[in-house]
Design a protein around this ligand. Structure first.
Ligand code: BGC
Length: 354
């Protein structure tokens, strides 16, 4: 069953990517790297951009960092400009993994290597490497959290659960969803987990642009149709923090029962605060400093003509090729370990979380 779900996901998946550099040569030395990020709206991409810019500059590169307000055409234009202005490598966190084929063909024609950053770029043979976190593992950890907290292995239940995942144009969303549902599906099938809304398939539980307000509206509708009579909601599987944030807002305003388990991902500051307030149960910590440093190593290797760091050469088929990937390790975070993970490591200051 696990294999089956994942293979369906992979067959239908889409993504976003990081496009790096342009002109080749021995790393640093003023070579120019174009870094295309999806949006400033979510905290994580601001951190990714800052980390990339800082670490690339420290390594001696010139950086052209652009954010595209989640607008696909804007991102395409930004990448065209990076190509035209002589970038040596492109690092791209795509908005829609399927929309960059034409512009990346231009990059390939000019021998500009492309690194897909965090989100895979689909259906393009111009993608050189992919740097990301183990996206399936993110979902597995979220599913296992719900499994453990509800005592599902002990046969407890039935429990009521609802599901929110991310943007259908983001290949990662299918991995997060697949990892979690592969853990939880046996309990859905045997009745220990019930989905009162009946909304479970990927397309129904997807959230366009990962938008908090869209997740909030959907949760509000689910509450009024299924929980207004006092039915207890036990868990909400949310693939990331922006969807968890919308779900939490809907619950705060419209649900009076005991608070459900809510999962998340990214450890965004607003969500860590919600965790400390008991409004979100857990998040997944993806240290964007690690992702940036792996990506900078890839840029260096590409420009020096050496082998880039890669630890997965089978998982990420973008429809045209299996893209050699480096998967960083996602970590589970909740109130018990956030200090070590987030504060002691220097990711946030204590003040930021007040
Ligand atoms: C990233 C997540 C993020 C989501 C929304 C995904 O591609 O991997 O970390 O929460 O996009 O921006």
């Amino acid at each position: 069953m696990k294999k089956k779900i994942l293979s369906v996901l992979l067959a239908t998946g889409m993504t976003a990517t990081l496009l790096v550099g342009c002109t080749g040569g021995a790393g640093g030395g003023g070579k120019k790297v174009g870094v295309a990020m999806p949006t400033k709206d979510l905290q994580r991409w601001n951190q990714d951009g800052q980390n990339m810019e800082k670490q690339l500059k420290e390594a001696g590169y010139t950086v052209d960092l652009q954010y595209a307000s989640n607008d696909i055409n804007t991102q395409v234009t930004q990448i065209e400009n990076m190509i035209a202005s002589g970038c040596d490598v492109l690092v791209i966190a795509s908005i829609d993994g399927d929309s960059l084929g034409t512009v990346l063909a231009q990059a390939k024609e000019k021998n500009i290597p492309v690194i897909a950053y965090d989100r895979l770029i689909m259906n393009s043979d111009a993608v050189t490497y992919y740097a990301t976190f183990d996206n399936y593992m993110v979902g597995t950890k979220q599913g296992e959290y719900i499994e453990e907290k509800l005592g599902l292995k002990d046969g407890n239940g039935p429990y009521n659960m609802e599901v929110f995942t991310g943007d259908p144009g983001d290949n990662n969303a299918r991995f997060f969803y697949g990892g979690a549902i592969d853990v939880l599906n046996p309990y859905i099938e045997n009745g220990q987990i019930v989905i009162p809304s009946g909304q479970l398939d990927f397309d129904t539980v997807a959230t366009a642009n990962w938008a908090s307000d869209a997740a909030q509206s959907r949760m509000e509708a689910i509450i009024s149709a299924n929980y207004a009579d006092g039915t207890k909601l036990d868990a909400v599987l949310c693939s990331n923090d922006s969807t968890a944030f919308g779900v939490t807002n809907a619950l705060v305003a419209n649900y009076t029962g005991e608070y459900p388990i809510i999962t998340g991902q990214d450890c965004d500051i607003a969500n860590v605060k919600n965790m400390l307030d008991g409004k979100q149960s857990m998040s997944i910590f993806k240290d964007t400093r690690d992702l940036a440093s792996k990506t900078v190593e890839m840029v260096d290797a590409i420009l020096k003509g050496t082998d880039a760091p890669v630890n997965d050469t089978t998982t990420y088929n973008n429809g045209v090729k299996v893209v050699p990937s480096y998967l960083c390790e996602p970590k589970f975070a909740d109130v018990s370990n956030y200090k070590t993970l987030l504060i002691d490591s220097g990711y946030y200051t204590e003040d930021q979380l007040k």
